[in-house]
Structures are given as C-alpha cells and as structure tokens.
Design a protein. Structure first.
Length: 547
C-alpha cells in the first residue's frame, strides 16, 4: 500500500470534517454530524475525493481502538458505584430490553438468530459523545433528565465490552463461526482471559515497572508508555480473534488505576479528538447518497423506528426506576439515537463481507443511513426533550388525574423544593427556628429522608400545578428553590408566582450566567453560587495576605 495517497485521503477527510463540523456547530447541530456528512460527501458514494476507502477504514479502526483506550482511562468504578441502584438499574434494564426486543423483532422479519442478536446489540447503544456535548452546552447535565441520561450512557459504555464479545463470538472470522451456544464459549473465554491478563499486569507488574524506571518523572515517557500499551493490547486482542477496540478499552480501564493515569489523561485529549474525527469521518465514507435516495422510504421508516422505539422502551423503564413521567419522556428523547459504538459492532458483524457476513450490504447500508439520520435529529430531540416531557405529562394529568397527596395545613411555614445538600441545610435552619417545613422532591429516597427528619414531605414535580396547590403557598413564609437546573427552577418560579404573588421566593443559581433570568422570572432573592464562591475565595485569600 502506497503511503502518500493514503496520507492525502486522510488530509482530505480531516479538512472536510473541519469545515462541515464548524458549519454544523454554527447551525446548532453537533460537530459529529458534520464529520459524518464530510465522510459521505468526499467518499466514493458522492464526490469520490477519497478513493482508498479500505485504507482509511484501517486508520479508523486504529483510531477507534485508541479512542476507546482514552475512554477507558476516564472510566471509574467509584463513579459507577456512586450513581446508585436507580441509575444503574435503569441503564442495565435499557440495554437488555432494547437488545431483546430488537432481536425478537428482527427474528420476526426472518433474520438469522446471530444477525438478530447483532442488531439488538447495536440498537442498545446511544451516542455518549453527542448527547453529553449537547447537555453540557444547554447546562442540563445537572437536571433530573440530564443525570438520568448520563447514568444510562455510562452503563452503555460499560456494556460495549460484553456486547463486543457477544457480536465477535457470533461473527465469522479467521476461525469458523460458532454454530451453537457451546461454540461461542471458547471465543468468550479468550476475551475474558485477555481481560484477566491485563488486570494481572496492572496489579503485579506495573507498580514495579514504574518504580524501576523514570515513567513518573518525565512527561513524555508516560505518553509513549500509554501508546505502547494501547497498541499492544489492540494487537493482542486481534491475535486472539477478539475485537482490537475491546482490548484497547480494557487496557485503558486497567491503566486508569495506575500512578501515571492522571498525566496520561491530560495528554491524550488532543489525540482523542483526532481519533474521533477520523472514526466518524470514515463511518461517513460508508454512506451512499444514491442508495439513500433510492431507498428513502426505508431509511425514513428506520429512523422513525429507532427514535420512537428507543423512546418507548426507555419510558416505562424510567418510570419503573423512580423517574416521573415527565422526566422519563425527556430521558427517552435524549437517548433516541444509535450510538457511535454501534458502528464498531456493525463493523465487527460485517467482517470482510461475503455471503457469510451477519449483515448483508443492503442491511449494512440501511443501518449506516438510519444511524446518520438519528444522529442528525439528536440536537433537536435534546432541545425539545424537557418541554415535550412537560407537555405529555400535563396532557396525561388532564386525561387521568393523579390522586392528590395532601399535607396538613400550615401557616408561616417554609416550602423547600429539592432536598439535596442545599435543601437539607435550609430545612434544618428553618426547623431549628421553629418553622414548619414542607419538602417537595422527585426522589423517593430524599422524600423518605425528609420524613425521617420530621418534615412534611412528599414525592412530586414542583413545576406541576397540582403539586403546588397542596403546598399552601398563600400562607407560606418563604419558598426556597434549590434545583440546579435553571430551566426547571424558572418553571417552578412561574408556578409559585401564579398562586402566591407576594410570597418570598429564594432561588439557587447554579451558574452566574442564569442569575438574571431567575430574577426576571420572579425570584425575590437569587443566591449566585459562583458569586458566593468568589466572595469566599477572596475573603480567604485576603485573610492569608493580612496574616
């Protein structure tokens, strides 16, 4: 393979990704959509500027392995454990339910069991990179639906490992494809053995290696060490017949616990961007505009099926795991796309092509087209998710009014909306001053905690009129809103003001940027967290300067 034509193809692909990524950002879309469109535009299915699709695909395969390695470095078992049963349970249930339902539907259409399982695995994943970026841009990572979506995405990222093992086990490759459940076990065993080997290396060999070398003292050496580990793990996985990206991911997780992990994480950030751009651009190369136009009906139907199907799967599961109907709708819409790692699974299932591949050329083209379409809809879906959830919840309350949970009447009491650390501090101070306290929160655990502390508390969405009606706002001394999501806080403020125009309304502003919006919505006092932190830091610095 000639190197210079390959380099030219890579430069053309990256240049197109740069232009279209910037254009999509300007239009309010995710840059990932621009990368996908760039690959489709310059690929063999359109302008044909990138001719060596197979060579770029090899670069992309290496890129996704290194991308998964960098994600593995950021993986934290402590973070996973801190999310609690609700978040983890919802994530696991979503992955399993989506896989089973999609596989069952595929079998009903006559596809083979192996192909059905592969399609289910692909449908189970959503786009971590796109959704997290959009939620962060909209300052919704701290919102109820944002935290719910992030929890599911984290579980999905973990599920990539067993799903890769599963799809690899059923995919014809260098070795004969398994024909039974027992035939799958040796290939899964190889993957588990490789993971055990990486863990043993990290626990037994790596600490001694760091002590006897200068890895921890020189900035360049940890980076080289990380690249060697990532590429070596990818090669070893390939040699064992397991997906190279799986080995790189596991190596990243293992290395993430090492003393050099902090420096490695800091230094691979720019490389991660390059890897991701190459990967998404190479996926776009697989898009065929002529095929999409010829099968436009099937593509539109597939996109609608993905968006509607994933939303309807997540909706009842989110409600089952303690989310309100409103936030369950929002979580479902945020995750209603096919993720980037589904392309990795599709590449494994496609293999080298041929009649024995799990995915036929037409099915593969449909998957690529539907994925690109669902990713292009994602910015719009994330934007409308909170309002859509609120609208559907309001409509449902009108059709089927929920039983009202009433509290005892109060006078000159304090209403605390949100019983996190800030809400608990407010309730404790109000209670110690002899004030009665009413707590409203969406978390069953926090409501139970409030009741155990002696407060009147119930489960409810404070932005709903039916909930606020029973908080006795007209006789309250003050209403304190501690919600970190400024949009949710604004809806609560408007609801409170509609029922109690003169009540003292004290509101938390998570970010200084939104403090003025909260005041304009009707807050009497806004506690600006960033401003307060700045004052405390300045006072501390001044006290040390005067000492």
């Amino acid at each position: 393979m000639d190197f210079w034509p390959l380099l030219l193809d890579a430069v053309v692909l990256l240049a197109a990704a740069l232009v279209l990524g910037a254009l999509m950002e300007t239009l309010g879309q995710s840059a990932v959509v621009g990368y996908l469109l760039a690959g489709t535009l310059v690929g063999p299915g359109a302008l044909g500027l990138v001719r060596s699709e197979s060579a770029v695909a090899l670069i992309a395969e290496l890129g996704v392995a290194l991308l998964l390695f960098s994600i593995g470095l950021e993986f934290s078992l402590k973070r996973l454990g801190s999310m609690g049963f609700q978040a983890l349970g919802l994530g696991v249930a979503q992955v399993v339910a989506t896989l089973v339902l999609t596989a069952g539907l595929a079998r009903a259409f006559g596809l083979t069991p192996a192909t059905a399982v592969a399609l289910g695995a692909m449908a189970a994943l959503s786009s971590t990179s796109v959704v997290l970026q959009l939620l962060a841009e909209r300052a919704e990572l701290d919102s109820v639906h944002g935290r719910g979506a992030v929890g599911v995405l984290l579980v999905q990222d973990i599920a990539v490992v067993p799903l890769m093992l599963l799809v690899t086990a059923f995919t014809p490759g260098a070795t004969e494809a398994p024909t039974s459940a027992l035939g799958v076990l040796p290939r899964i065993g190889l993957g588990v053995g490789a993971i055990a080997g990486f863990v043993a290396f990290q626990r037994l060999a790596l600490p001694g290696l760091i002590r006897v070398t200068s890895l921890s003292r020189h900035r360049e050496l940890p980076i080289l060490f990380a690249v060697v580990v990532a590429l070596g793990a990818a090669w070893l996985s390939h040699a064992l017949g397991v997906a190279p990206s799986l080995g790189a991911f596991v190596a990243g997780v293992v290395l993430g616990d090492s003393p050099v992990a902090l420096q490695v994480r800091a230094d691979v950030g720019a490389l991660k961007t390059l890897f991701a751009t190459l990967f998404f651009g190479s996926v776009g190369l697989l898009g065929e505009p002529a095929w999409m136009l010829e099968h436009a009906g099937a593509v539109i139907l597939a996109v609608v099926a993905v968006v509607a199907g994933k939303t309807l799967v997540i909706l009842p599961l989110a409600c089952l795991f303690g989310r309100s109907f409103r936030h369950a709708v929002a979580i479902g819409l945020c995750l209603a796309q096919v993720g980037e790692f589904s392309f990795v699974l599709a590449g494994i299932a496609r293999g080298a092509g041929g009649p024995d591949a799990l995915l036929s050329p037409d099915l593969f083209a449909l998957l690529v087209s539907a994925t690109i379409g669902s990713l292009m809809l994602t910015p719009f879906l994330v934007k409308v998710a909170p309002d859509a959830g609120r609208f559907v919840d309001g409509w449902l309350r009108r059709v089927v009014p929920p039983p009202a949970e009433r509290s005892e009447p109060h006078s000159s009491h304090v209403v605390v909306i949100g019983f996190g650390p800030a809400g608990r501090a407010v309730a404790q101070m109000a209670g110690s001053a002899g004030r009665a306290v009413i707590v409203i929160d969406l978390s069953p655990q926090l409501v139970s905690d409030a009741r155990e502390r002696g407060y009147h508390a119930w489960l409810g969405d404070a932005s709903a009129a039916e909930v606020l009606e029973h908080a006795h706002l007209e006789s309250a001394r003050a209403v304190v809103v501690t919600l970190p999501d400024h949009r949710a806080a604004i809806h609560v403020i408007q609801g409170v003001r509609a029922r109690a125009p003169s009540v003292h309304l004290i509101v938390r502003a998570r970010y200084h940027l939104y403090a003025e919006e909260l005041r304009a919505a009707g807050a009497t006092v806004v506690i600006d967290e960033e401003d307060e932190v700045g004052r405390r830091l300045a006072a501390a610095a001044q006290s040390f300067a005067e000492a």
